[in-house]
Design a protein around this ligand. Structure first.
Ligand SMILES: [Zn+2]
Length: 116
């Protein structure tokens, strides 16, 4: 058994003897261990929040399905326009303008003889 350096003996005495400095050292070690255990959880939560924020700012191309940020008006992969919500709203308003209620429409059906 090799000779231990005096610092190891000092730390061992501080940990073994019930002194306030030993208790403080144990508290510090416990805090460090707690931080080391909680750090992956905290970083994982921050990463998850960041991913959700990034995902909310991204949009999927309706033509090719590639995702990109909303800064570009057209898809960087296929070049089609991203304004799907605008076109959907425009088409919906267009159909509202063009369509008439079915109850107010009369369909005239006339019978014709196809026998010759
Ligand atoms: Zn695309």
């Amino acid at each position: 058994m090799g000779r231990l350096p005096p610092l190891v003996w000092l730390v061992a005495l501080l940990l073994l003897l019930p002194t306030p400095l030993g208790r403080a050292l144990i508290d510090v070690l416990g805090g460090v261990a707690l931080v080391l255990l909680a750090l992956p959880v905290i970083l994982g939560g921050l990463g998850w929040i960041g991913w959700k924020v990034l995902q909310s700012r991204m949009q999927v191309c309706p033509n090719c399905g590639s995702a990109s940020l909303q800064a570009t008006p057209v898809c960087a992969v296929c070049g089609s326009a991203f304004s799907t919500a605008d076109t959907a709203q425009a088409s919906r308003s267009q159909t509202e303008v063009d369509s008439t209620p079915a109850s107010s429409v009369t369909i005239d059906v006339t019978a014709e003889d196809v026998d010759s």
